[in-house]
Design a protein around this ligand. Structure first.
Ligand SMILES: Nc1ncnc2c1ncn2[C@@H]1O[C@H](COP(=O)(O)OP(=O)(O)OP(=O)(O)O)[C@@H](O)[C@H]1O
Ligand SMILES: [Mg+2]
Length: 234
């Protein structure tokens, strides 16, 4: 993959849920162009459309109108099966609810992510250990989600996403459960994945203290983007 240029572009994305009087206009004409190798923050009030936008950008949901172009591929031209394949190859999601499997330990949850992404099994142990270590959870590897705190579960979800080494990570409030010290550590980890491993990371947050670590901030209001800000990260 080339290191510069656009990874993701949208053209007038509209996403409407339902119809008639009950229609919810969650996205109302989104145009964005995201550069490879950047850390992007999506901010905006609750209900402004952040999760909806990430789902559409990552091919989990289809726009009502408009197109998403991902690595020069117009997703609307692909079948659902092709989109799923594309996502499996290039994308990790860290969901707002962590979506961990309750019967599996932290280690097994991360490993499971590699299995479903069809990463060769020889790679699993090294990648799982490295990912758990990078989020500070080596000592909790054998615990199941119910035996972990909310912040620890969140970090398992982060480890699972990064172990796959995707081109693009979508992270929906990945630090919501973390204290300020852990938040900063995770943001530093994201920053280094972008700077050293050429990933692109798009995350949502309500935490103003992390905004300075982004390359670019997009603000959503009622399903529309306000003028975006260029941030200078440190
Ligand atoms: N499946 C759905 N059906 C109907 N309305 C929906 C659906 N999903 C989201 N919405 C609505 O779309 C709007 C945007 O929701 P979204 O979840 O994208 O907001 P958000 O910015 O992620 O909020 P939060 O910060 O609370 O996570 C909201 O008004 C929400 O109620
Ligand atoms: Mg949300």
């Amino acid at each position: 993959m080339e290191l510069s240029g656009s990874i993701l572009q949208t053209n007038d994305i509209i996403r409407t849920f339902g119809s008639g009087k009950k229609a919810v206009h969650a996205l109302r004409g989104i145009n964005m162009n995201i550069q490879k190798n950047s850390l992007i923050i999506l901010k905006g009030r609750s209900g402004s459309g952040k999760t909806t936008l990430m789902n559409v950008l990552g091919g989990l949901d289809q726009p009502t109108e408009g197109t998403v172009t991902f690595l020069e591929q117009d997703l609307s031209q692909l079948s659902q099966r092709e989109i799923d394949e594309f996502r499996k190859k290039h994308v990790s999601f860290i969901f707002q609810a962590f979506a961990l499997l309750p019967m599996l330990s932290a280690y097994e949850n991360v490993e499971y992510g590699l299995r479903v992404s069809e990463i060769p099994s020889e790679e699993w142990e090294k990648r799982v250990k490295e990912a758990l270590d990078s989020v500070g959870l080596t000592k909790r590897a054998k615990h199941r989600p119910s035996e972990l705190s909310g912040g620890e579960q969140q970090r398992v979800a982060i480890a699972r996403a990064i172990a796959k080494r995707p081109s693009l990570i979508f992270a929906d409030e990945p630090t919501a459960e973390l204290d300020s010290k852990r938040t900063f550590q995770i943001m530093r980890l994201f920053r280094s994945l972008v700077d050293k491993q050429n990933m692109t990371i798009i995350l949502t947050t309500h935490d103003p203290s992390v905004l300075h670590m982004a390359d670019h901030i997009f603000e959503l209001e009622d399903g529309m983007l306000l003028d975006s800000e260029v941030a200078l990260h440190v």
